[in-house]
Design a protein around this ligand. Sequence first.
Ligand code: HEM
Length: 481
Amino acid sequence: MSDKTSDLKQKHKPMHGTAKAKGCSHLQLGNFCKMFPELHSWGDEYGIEDQCKAENIAAALGGINSIMHDINSDSPDSSIPAAYTFLAQFIDHDLTLDTTSNLHGEPLDNAEVSHLPNLRSASLDLDNIYGFGPDASPFLYDQSQPGRMLIGNENNQNDVPRNSDGRALIGDPRNDENIFLSQMQLLFLRFHNRRIIGRSFEEAQIDVRYHYQYIVLKDFLKRICDENVYNYALSELGSGHFPKCDIRDKCGRICMPVEFSVAAYRFGHSLVRSQYPTNSNYPVIDLFDERFGTEGFGFVPSELTVDWRFLLDVESCHDYVKSKAFDHLLADELIRMPDPIVGRFASDNDRSLAFRNLLRGYALGLPSGQSVAAALADKGYPVNELQSLQFSNMYGWNCLDSDTRCSLERHTPLFLYIMRESGVVNEGRRLGPVGSAILMEVFGAILVYCDSFLNKDWEPDPCIVGDGTLTLADIVRYVNK
Ligand code: HEM
């Protein structure tokens, strides 16, 4: 056990170390909320008078040919393997789902935000794999082998289970939104089916969840977060002074802060590339490839079965692609999202994920990046409000009128601030301090208040761990053994 892990466990045992962790249990759904309810919304700070103005700004920053559109694929690589982009998306679909708020609606106030239901449990419990369990979600489970997850379909055994229309039978339908995410789902289904050998369903589920949570904290967050903020959060977690904000509702359930779900945790959108390898026969396919009909939510052709060695450090001598940089640029595939994701009648703006992220931020009353930076610094995070986001270096910036430029420099929408900060402070290799602090705060709260390996005397199975800390590549190697 590393010193840091042992520290975290000792400090947290007295508070949360009994059989049932306080605060939340798995499969309890909660609502959204604000991490910093006292802050004004960006719309108020900026002085947005009407919806039309908000839509125009979101389009100028995030529409087609806008500042956030990586038109010429200029954005460089980050330092992390491409598979982590899809792990990031997979984790998101374990934590947040808003189907209620209105993208084009008037901005909600704090009370209205706190009434929005989050349709995923805000805990790292893999409800995107297990659904509501074998009794309540039997269509996910293999009836001939109790406790095992269904895998494969008549077209492809290396695919998720599907009905005859090709619709995935999985815990969260969004995990079939692109083939890499769908294959990530398959990886975790397979992992469960390996871990159930010699265990009851409940034992296997806990075992899988703890391995997954361990990877989230020790592998994923360590790779993507600003190093100072990550180390600070870990040491505060170790001394029992964490999390810094209380994001539990009156019933003690974690609510999902919109600063996380609508801004910071959408960082992954900047990591997405337009093209990826899938295996040695298909070294380059589009993320949504019309040639194969893989534009989301359909059968994965067997020839496209993902060989993770092309996207992850599974073998030392194998080349793999990296995620795109943590920056303000989104790949063309995400600026022109296809019909299966946005619907046939979507406008050009609504097809752009950058536009949607910015407008959704306005609709949910998110504060500016500058205000959040100051609020995090007040909580003790090693975060400084950036004096310059170096906007003038961004393609298209000078096409905005000078009033807009001036206001945006002082009051930047949180999503844009976080992505720009990552590019400026950490040169696109990792998230910047503000984005990292929001992530550590929410993941920290989840691990402290919900049932997690941190609350238990638990270590990853040495049969799975390679050299050093458990990583995603260890899971791939273990499942393929
Ligand atoms: C791979 C391609 C991806 C596509 C096509 C995609 C698409 C979308 C779409 C259409 C939305 C809804 C946007 C809105 O109307 O507000 C969304 C939401 C979201 N995405 Fe992505 N996404 C992708 C990858 C990722 C990744 C890698 C991450 C993780 C870091 C991520 C995190 C999120 C989050 C947190 C939300 C909000 C979910 C909610 O609370 O409902 N996405 N994404």
